[in-house]
Design a protein around this ligand. Structure first.
Ligand code: HEM
Length: 475
């Protein structure tokens, strides 16, 4: 009896050993056929990029998450494909629930973000545009995009807007720093997020209440988690939670708009600029359009800038000789000021070395690792097919740390910007073409302001408390 039982078990194991790999192979074959089947044939000249569509439904998400979340080596996702398929600078895959073409060469990235977006072959392609908002500047195309961008650039990127922003943001930053000093030990990543959120909400909607801002920040984090997740809307998923957070945040912002209208309140903030915006045909934005664009500004400006701030603490602690040079520059500016006077737009123009530090921080921090596009119509680029309705991921981060384009790329070296003008397509931290980040100067100014007050003050000293950039101690 016993030997029959173990025989049966052996047969099950042997059967499993054959069937499981077969099933795996079959599932991958099904997915490959589903997306690539009708496309691989053609006129014999154009072909799909090399790559693999992975598993049904999840595609190659496991590999992607492995590189970003577990091994924490995001560019391994690209290096593995280079090893497997050659250094083509373009690969096909399946991510976030979509068939995707990843581009990672300066030439291809330039074409995708430049001419192919401009001529309408590619559109913006955020996987979760529902969360960002379907009438957000980051999602719409055509004349509405042009108009919104013009309004946005004027409101956040013009010299007068930047000067105004510096004046309103600095008191918030200074008071946050006082709280840091009081705590003595702070988790930089969390604190920079909190202060950036306050600064951005003040600029956008003039909210001051700490309780309300805390609630909004937690809702916003919920939305961000959903943007990075698969778009599966069932209870328990990050996407589902994010939709609920967005609904609640929308309610708060819509109430504010209603209040301003009913009580005829005018404020000096971006919500007001959007509410008052009239395009060349005399049309105004409706409430949802105002709301979606406030979302996209928070989305664009909150985590990106605060992450670079955290890295600034890390790198300035790691390279004391650079911190010394920043201090020299800062002190020279401070000497010309009275005790209370704040940094101005004109002062920032004089901070030549700090501006190189900021550029180097943005390059190395690589906080926007890639940019999404959607293929609107079939196109062929460099003999590779981009099939309609596929997504394109422009993998910009890999280029910023590639030794082909930057000497000793992982070294933090602000002096590389002395007379360096990166070759086209090799420095796209803020994107390129018609969707080039409208908040680029705002981000740079916020970082300069942060370094001025935090990194280089005489009255307070600080040092990195842990080996990872998570904590800074001030005294
Ligand atoms: C270090 C900080 C920042 C980085 C690295 C960054 C990066 C980027 C990148 C790469 C894009 C291009 C997206 C595309 O082509 O689809 C972009 C677009 C955008 N950014 Fe930023 N950004 C930063 C800060 C900001 C700030 C401070 C704001 C505003 C408050 C902002 C608002 C936007 C908006 C609204 C868009 C969409 C533009 C469009 O589609 O026309 N960003 N950003």
């Amino acid at each position: 009896m016993e030997s029959e039982g173990s025989k049966g078990m052996a047969m099950v194991i042997a059967g499993g050993a054959v069937l499981v790999p077969l099933l795996f192979w079959f599932l991958r074959w099904v997915n490959e056929r589903r997306f690539v089947g009708g496309l691989s044939s053609g006129n014999g000249v154009a072909k799909l990029p090399p790559g693999c569509m992975g598993w049904p439904l999840i595609g190659e998400m496991i590999d992607f998450l492995w590189c970003f979340k577990f091994s924490r080596k995001p560019d391994d996702f690209i290096s593995r494909r280079k090893l497997r398929y050659g250094d083509t600078g373009i690969y096909r895959t399946h991510l976030f629930g979509y068939p995707v073409i990843v581009t990672c060469s300066p030439e291809l990235n330039k074409q995708v973000l430049g001419s192919l977006t401009e001529d309408g072959s590619f559109s913006t392609g955020w996987p979760s545009s529902q969360l960002i908002g379907n009438s957000s500047v980051a999602v719409v195309d055509g004349p509405l995009h042009k108009g919104l961008r013009r309004c946005l650039m004027q409101a956040v990127n013009s010299p007068s807007a930047l000067d105004f922003h510096l004046r309103t943001a600095q008191p918030l930053l200074i008071s946050a720093l006082e709280e840091w000093a009081f705590k003595r030990k702070v988790v930089a990543f969390e604190e920079t997020k909190a202060v950036t959120f306050r600064i951005i909400c003040d600029a956008l909607v003039s909210f001051k209440s700490t309780a309300l801002l805390d609630k909004m920040e937690s809702l916003y984090r919920g939305i961000m988690a959903g943007i990075r997740a698969m778009t599966i809307n069932i209870p328990g998923t990050a996407f589902h939670h994010a939709l609920k957070c967005r609904k609640e945040l929308s309610r708060i912002l819509l109430d504010e708009m209603r209040k301003r209208r009913e009580e005829k309140i005018q404020k000096m903030d971006f919500m007001q600029t959007l509410m008052d915006y009239v395009d060349e045909n005399g049309n105004r934005l409706n409430d949802v359009e105002v709301l979606d664009n406030i979302f996209s500004l928070i989305l664009g400006g909150y985590e990106s800038t605060s992450n670079v701030m955290t890295w600034s603490l890390y790198y300035l602690a790691k390279y004391p000789q650079i911190l010394e040079r920043v201090k020299e520059e800062t002190h020279a500016i401070k000497k010309l000021k009275t005790e209370e006077s704040l940094l101005t737009y004109e002062d920032i123009k004089k901070m030549k070395y700090t501006s190189k530090v900021v550029e180097e921080l943005i390059r190395l921090a690589n906080v926007s690792p890639f940019i999404f596009r959607r293929v609107v119509k079939d196109v062929v680029v460099d003999r590779y097919k981009f099939p309609k309705n596929w997504k394109v991921i422009v993998w910009i981060r890999a280029i910023h740390i590639d030794s082909k384009y930057y000497d000793d790329p992982l070294t933090f070296n602000p002096d590389r910007w002395n007379d360096c003008k990166p070759k086209a397509g090799t420095y796209s931290v803020f994107g390129a073409g018609m969707r080039y980040c409208p908040g680029n100067n705002l981000a740079r100014h916020q970082l300069m302001m942060f370094i001025y007050h935090v990194g280089a003050t005489e009255s307070r000293s600080w040092h990195c408390f842990s080996a990872t950039p998570t904590a800074a101690r001030r005294s």
